[in-house]
Design a protein around this ligand. Sequence first.
Ligand code: NAD
Ligand code: ZN
Ligand code: ZN
Length: 361
Amino acid sequence: MAHEVRGVVATGKGRPVSLETILVPDPGPGEALVKVQACGVCHTDLHYREGGISDDFPFLLGHEAAGVVEAVGPDVKDVAVGDFVVLNWRAVCGSCRACLRGRPQYCFATHNATQKMTLKDGTPLSPALGIGAFAEKTLVAAGQCTKVDPAAAPAAAGLLGCGVMAGLGAAVNTGAVSRGDSVAVIGCGGVGNAAIAGSRLVGATTIIAVDVDDRKLDWARGFGATHTVNAKESDPVEAVRELTGGFGADVVIDAVGRPETFKQAFYARDLAGTAVLVGVPTPEMTLELPLLDVFGRGGALKSSWYGDCLPSRDFPLLISLYLQGRFDLDAFVTETIALDDVEAAFTKMHHGDVLRSVVVL
Ligand SMILES: NC(=O)c1ccc[n+]([C@@H]2O[C@H](COP(=O)([O-])OP(=O)(O)OC[C@H]3O[C@@H](n4cnc5c(N)ncnc54)[C@H](O)[C@@H]3O)[C@@H](O)[C@H]2O)c1
Ligand SMILES: [Zn+2]
Ligand SMILES: [Zn+2]
């Protein structure tokens, strides 16, 4: 039996999203039906709506969610009805070449639900990042459900499902930031501020926040930035160098994802430093750099998908730190909203008014 619920759908490139009745099938083998409790609005949802990710409209948006498992299909063993879960977009397969080499955080064949959720007329929906959680219920692969401590507030816990994990992991996993390091983060939205919070958590001593919006820089201080730079007022490369003894930071994270910000990250690194790209570029963007500088400056240029996280390892760990008061996930939740407020939340995100608007159901 299909469940008739409401969901936020992007019907065409650049068109405002709309709240539609959608049909969610009962879980088949390897699938789980999840009653969504909260889902954050991530910039990637907006990229989908703008056609920046693919042309597979209509999209069922939302992918940063927590909820309770309502039903599981045959053969599902790792999650059960009633479990409180954070949804992930890296349900590791266990058998691809990355998994077989013991690197499941790079899994190249992650699982999604096999059955399609549809509009009422049967049109199949493309769920954002294989999740689609701006909906009262969603159907995912069971491996996309990561069980965590139900003491966590759903609006905060769900943020681990994408932006916070992506930012924190870009610093801690991909960039391997550790104690005593200097770090600069370009773009301090939800993702960038999570990179800042992660850098503080692992003991970075200099944490430089760069943004074009002073409100974001105020938030960044709260998450652990030791210095802030408004890129409209001063050249971020010069500023980062000045704040690091003239050398540049050990790790620079680009949480914007534009050629100019990646170039800033490239040149704001110390020699042998690491630049991490976590912001998502659009298809027409290209990068030009003197190859001699790529060679001569040494170090590493990395990109970070989902913070190179392993949900089964990282989500329970971060929820534990959150519940101990050592990692302030609540501070990322600027406002809680209803399902029909997602379009307005995009506008607020665009204007820089929020770190995260979180739909609460
Ligand atoms: N790699 C991943 O796995 C992953 C996961 C989630 C999100 N993302 C991407 O990360 C990026 C950030 O997401 P978000 O939700 O934090 O978005 P956001 O819109 O909340 O934040 C972006 C921030 O960048 C700032 N900014 C814009 N232009 C700038 C510039 N030239 N210099 C400095 N700062 C600038 C904005 O003021 C804003 O504070 C997006 O591209 C999103 O798609 C990537
Ligand atoms: Zn795999
Ligand atoms: Zn996201």
